[in-house]
Design a protein around this ligand. Structure first.
Ligand code: PMP
Length: 447
């Protein structure tokens, strides 16, 4: 039995063992260099081995690693909350910390439920989500999302408080000849109809990823989509939760992805780039509207995790966010993102099996098709996205496959979401390995 069998219960699986990371590269125990084209799972924004973050963790570890946060507060947690809230003090009143993206989503859902209880509308317990979506692995978050493969073993037990509308997925769902305005109107109408079918005064919140990662491979929203979503939510007084666990904190070229949509959320989740993988930590940003309900009732969110607001995790996140601000990394993302955009299009626009290239900043998705004209998928049994990822690792680049499904059919995409610090030369290396790996993987399929 290999150690990996012990860890992940995957028989006969021996993925490469990483022993070191530096910049955008990982190194395995057999000294192979792998450029990390997805920064793990869109986590590693600063790359690996950042001395400043490591030193700040050492300093904090010498002071205090853990305090029980029901009885105490701690310096890095307060500083982190201040940094996050002060980016948009007009929008957010408070920051709440948890340990993973899933926990942040669960907390955001609880904030919404408790908000309505405090407002005297306890019957608002229903959530509306989107048909292709992923919001985490814990049972409730998995139930709210629609990731078919991870949900499959548990479908019978999900809470019956969610319904689903179409996501904004122009490549496959915008009709021929339809303008962006018409497409947005169709989605707006569908959302409104769903609210009316459920009964608006039974709905706590609508939840969506601003730019969706896992299940939709960075399918950017069409202009005006989120304005329409906000409009319908406001019309029925329904809270809007934006899940920016993957797309947030700089990745799309603005600090929050919603800044490019001309709207603001009532609750927002963040995780992956919060501490850039140096520590596990996530947050919920709470708007003035939601916080006011808690403040007026002197209420506390009925949610507690032993390790939340963990001093060591918060200290890593504080340093990561200070570097982000000091080095103006959001602007650098926009600049290197433009280069990535150009190179992806230059390399793959004419590729017969790359159906769509979409994204923003350093958050890009390539969707693979058997036939470009009909947009027909490859046979799901070949798991082409996962195969390209596997071949990519062999060729020296890690690129995370998405878990796309459309109308219950498995779809293939690859996410290109490198660390924010990636250089043009490294982008070139990444794209040339990706191109080689796509061709090699597809050539290996039976006809
Ligand atoms: N929400 C989104 C949008 C995500 O992308 C993820 C992770 N891929 C999660 C929630 C869950 O985060 P975690 O894996 O840290 O629990």
């Amino acid at each position: 039995m290999s150690v990996h069998d012990l860890l992940y219960l995957v028989p006969n699986s021996t993925p490469p063992k990483v022993v070191r990371g530096e910049g955008v590269n990982l190194y395995t125990d057999d000294n192979k260099k792998i450029i990390d084209g997805t920064g793990g799972a869109a986590v590693s924004s600063l790359g690996y081995g950042n001395r400043e973050v490591i030193e700040s963790m050492k300093t904090q570890a010498e002071k205090v690693c853990y305090v029980h946060n029901m009885a105490f507060t701690n310096e890095p947690a307060e500083e982190l909350a201040h940094i996050l809230v002060s980016q948009h003090p007009d929008v957010f009143a408070r920051a709440y910390f948890a340990n993973s993206g899933s926990e942040a989503v669960e907390a955001a859902l609880k904030f919404a439920l408790q908000y309505w209880q405090l407002r005297g509308e306890p019957e608002r317990t229903h959530f509306v989500s989107r048909k292709q979506s992923y919001h985490g692995n814990t049972l409730f978050a998995l139930g709210i999302g629609k990731m078919v493969s991870r949900r499959a073993p548990y479908v019978g037990v999900f809470p019956k408080v969610t319904s689903y509308v179409d996501p904004c997925y122009a490549y496959r769902c915008k009709k021929e000849g339809e303008t962006d305005e018409q497409y947005v109107y169709r989605l707006e109408k569908q959302l409104e109809d769903e609210f009316l079918v459920v009964g608006p005064n039974r709905i706590a919140a609508f939840i969506a990823e601003t730019v969706p990662g896992t299940c939709l491979g960075c399918a950017t929203p069409v202009d005006g989509y989120f304005k329409a979503v906000r409009r319908v939510c406001d019309k029925f007084d329904i809270l809007l939760i934006l899940d920016e666990v993957m797309c947030g904190l700089g990745r799309t070229g603005t600090f929050h992805a919603w800044e490019q949509e001309g709207i603001t959320p009532d609750l927002q989740t963040n995780a992956k780039t919060l501490a850039a993988g140096y520590q596990p930590i996530s947050s919920v940003l709470v708007s003035h509207r939601v916080y006011k309900a808690f403040e007026e009732s002197n209420a506390q969110l009925a949610n507690f995790h032993t390790y939340q607001a963990h001093p060591l995790a918060c200290s890593a996140a504080v340093t990561v966010q200070k570097i982000m601000l000091r080095e103006k990394l959001v602007d650098k993302v926009a600049a290197i993102g433009k280069y990535l955009d150009e190179q992806l299009h230059k390399t793959f626009d004419s590729h017969p099996h790359v159906g769509d290239i979409r994204g923003r900043g350093v958050f890009w998705g390539l969707e693979f098709v058997k036939d470009k004209k009909s947009k027909q998928w490859f046979d799901p049994k070949y798991k082409v996205g996962a195969l390209i990822s596997k071949v990519g690792i062999k060729n020296g680049a890690f690129l995370n496959p998405g878990a796309g499904t459309y109308d219950g059919v498995h779809g293939d995409h690859i996410m290109v979401a490198p660390p924010y610090i990636i250089t043009k030369e490294e982008v070139d290396t990444l794209i040339s390995i990706l191109a080689k790996s796509i061709d090699e993987a597809i050539a290996s399929l039976p006809n």
